[in-house]
Design a protein around this ligand. Structure first.
Ligand SMILES: Cc1ncc(COP(=O)(O)O)c(C=O)c1O
Length: 401
């Protein structure tokens, strides 16, 4: 049996009706980026070019967007939570959500919001840390729930922002359901990074928030003298992140968009399973989803994100944990003068899979399908740094996996 499973989604390049992507067009993404830029702690995260790795793997370019410095939180996720909270507060205050700045919003909140709002969410760690941080930026409360098995350091990092945080005895998807109910009962506002029927507006803002990362990456790539990547590898949990990336490149380049490849852990490969079913309906995974890629351990696709991925994504890949571990080691031990990237389990899986595909004979078919060759310019997102430092060392120093 093959340990790396993949499905080439041929309909992505077909001419059938597809969901629109205006939601991710230039105007929308500029609004989002301007909002993020107005935060006092905003700096672009670096796009690292790894020419020696590219040469070693036989492609023209390998570019890694390093999200570890994002707002000092070691992951990209706060982009979504901050934009969603910003838009939510603006709507409560009847402000124009399309022309928001951090300072203006903070002033209005202080002046006109009658009492503090409690924002709540369920999280593997990164999203909740982003929500807690954003709530704190606007002097609001946050209560964050983490699924069973979450490491203590993730819990402590959330508490460090002043939020209340606790670990439940349920998996991620059940924790989401529990929090949705709790928010209803307590009058709290749930800021979840996934959608369900009747709860779509906030998750849509979360997805839009992620486009800042894609927009920065493209601009930085152009700074390296490239028009566009030919291939984008992006990891999926519930699918909001890859849908934002796919949406961004599709809105911008239409049919000339780069090939997008969605990568998941095999223990939580709900996108892959949904693609395999082939009827456009999302499929769920249940149980413990025991993977080192904690950020990707989600069994239920965001249905809105899934629709976009089903329509436009070129390939879905499901892979074992060792692929992420290899990615972490490759990025942490660069070739020659290539820069070093500290990438956590969920961040490194895309680099790991690129290496496997380009080096393994048994994966030649993937290479052929994706037309990966010496002209390819590959973009990957290292979506987190060492968010669990003890585990990072176990993998990178001690060679676990
Ligand atoms: C580090 C990291 N990368 C990627 C993702 C995947 O994002 P999504 O769940 O929106 O697909 C997550 C989700 O929490 C994450 O924490």
């Amino acid at each position: 049996m093959k340990d790396i499973k993949w499905i080439h989604n041929r309909r992505s390049r077909g001419s059938q009706a597809k969901v629109p992507t205006e939601f991710f067009n230039e105007d929308e993404t500029k609004t989002v980026r301007d909002f993020h830029r107005s935060f006092p702690g905003y700096v672009e995260t670096p796009l690292r070019s790894l020419p020696n790795l590219a040469n070693y793997l036989g492609v023209a370019g390998m570019y890694v967007k390093d999200e570890s410095p994002r707002f000092g939180l070691n992951a990209f996720k706060a982009l979504g939570g901050s934009y969603a909270i910003g838009r939510y507060l603006a709507s409560r205050l009847n402000m124009d959500g399309r022309n928001l700045s951090f300072e203006k919003l903070r002033l209005e909140v202080a002046k006109n919001l009658p009492g503090r709002i409690t924002f709540t969410t369920a999280t593997d760690g990164n999203h909740g840390r982003g929500v807690a941080w954003a709530a704190w930026q606007f002097d609001q409360n946050a209560v964050v729930y983490l699924p069973k098995g979450t490491s203590k350091i993730r819990l402590d990092n959330i508490k460090a922002t002043g939020a209340e945080a606790l670990i439940t005895d349920q998996n991620y998807d059940d924790t989401v359901r529990m929090v949705a109910q709790k928010a209803k009962d307590s009058g709290w506002v749930i800021v979840q990074d996934t959608a369900w029927e009747g709860y779509e507006e906030i998750p849509a803002w979360v997805m839009q928030g992620y486009t800042t990362m894609a927009a920065e990456a493209l601009e930085q790539l152009q700074g390296f003298g490239q028009d566009s990547p030919s291939h984008v590898f992006v990891q999926a949990g519930v699918g909001s992140l890859p849908a934002a990336v796919q949406g961004y490149f599709t809105a911008r380049y239409k049919d000339a968009r780069p090939k997008v490849i969605v990568v998941e852990p095999d223990k939580a490969d709900c996108m892959f399973k949904s693609a395999l079913a082939g009827d456009g309906k999302p499929r769920k995974i249940t149980g413990n989803m025991d993977t080192i890629m904690a950020g990707l351990a989600c069994g239920e696709p965001n249905p809105v994100a899934w629709q976009l991925l089903f329509d436009y994504t070129d390939m879905f890949i499901s892979c074992p944990d060792y692929v992420a571990a290899r990615g972490m080691r490759v990025l942490g031990n660069p070739l020659g003068s290539d820069p070093r990237v500290i990438s956590g389990e969920s961040g490194a899986v895309t680099t790991g899979i690129v290496k496997e595909i380009l080096q393994r004979e048994d994966l030649q078919e993937i290479k052929d399908c994706l037309e990966l060759d010496s002209n390819s310019k590959i973009l990957v997102f290292s979506t987190e740094g060492d968010t669990d430092p003890a585990n990072y060392r176990r993998i990178v120093w001690d060679g676990v996996l």
